[in-house]
Design a protein around this ligand. Structure first.
Ligand SMILES: Cc1cc2nc3c(=O)[nH]c(=O)nc-3n(C[C@H](O)[C@H](O)[C@H](O)COP(=O)(O)O)c2cc1C
Length: 188
């Protein structure tokens, strides 16, 4: 597939077939995805790959978080179970972490590079028929989740990528043409 077609046709995918994704394939794609521009070559990223029975760790952590936040005691169990089931319905989750440099400038550059890794990975996956969505829900920053995943102080959770074979591909969301957003200086 032409790169331009791949870029235009990729979508964020939210619902997946009940079909496993090969961890070997994901690792192979990730090895290519990390070839991003990276000022100072800090390579600040780290990844946690969760699938199969491993998903129960995340599902249990989310259950605890959601139960603790539900004010109505009669609804706690139901709400916790809903989020537990949601996590268990996702074939694979890639948690993307980034070392947070004390310098704001370096941190911003590092976040830009890590975002490039994620998008590279997302395009490579799409080329193989695998969909994903980059999720940044609030509970990524809860201590229960961090402890469950062994996330160290000074590591930023950039996102959870929900990965799987798409059950449904959402329609494209329109983009403002770049031509409407560009200022050109071509004369003195
Ligand atoms: C930094 C970032 C965070 C995102 N967080 C979420 C999220 O928490 N939940 C979600 O459904 N989509 C999330 N998305 C996906 C966007 O909603 C999606 O890219 C956008 O709707 C455009 O759709 P498309 O990717 O199919 O073109 C995120 C995307 C980015 C780049």
């Amino acid at each position: 597939m032409e790169l331009s077609q791949l870029l235009r046709e990729r979508r964020s995918v939210h619902t997946f077939e009940d079909r496993p994704v090969s961890p070997e394939l994901v690792m192979e794609l990730l090895e290519t995805a990390i070839w991003v521009p990276n000022h100072r070559m800090t390579q600040p990223w780290r990844f946690i790959l969760t699938y199969g029975e491993g998903r129960r760790k995340i599902a249990e952590a989310v259950r605890k978080i959601k139960e603790s936040k539900e004010p109505d005691p009669s609804k706690k169990k139901e709400v916790g179970q809903k989020f537990y089931d949601k996590i268990m319905s996702i074939p694979m989750i890639l948690t993307v972490l980034m070392k947070e440099d004390p310098s704001l400038i370096v941190r911003e550059e590092d976040y830009a590079s890590t975002s490039c890794v994620i998008h590279n990975f997302s395009l490579l996956a799409w080329e193989k028929g695998i969909g994903l969505v980059w999720e940044t829900y609030g509970w990524l920053h809860e201590s229960i989740f961090r402890e469950t995943m062994g996330i160290q102080p000074g590591e930023k959770v950039v996102g959870n990528l929900h990965i799987g074979y798409p059950a449904k591909i959402p329609p494209a969301q329109p983009r403002i043409p770049a031509a409407h957003l560009i200022t050109v200086f071509d004369q003195a």
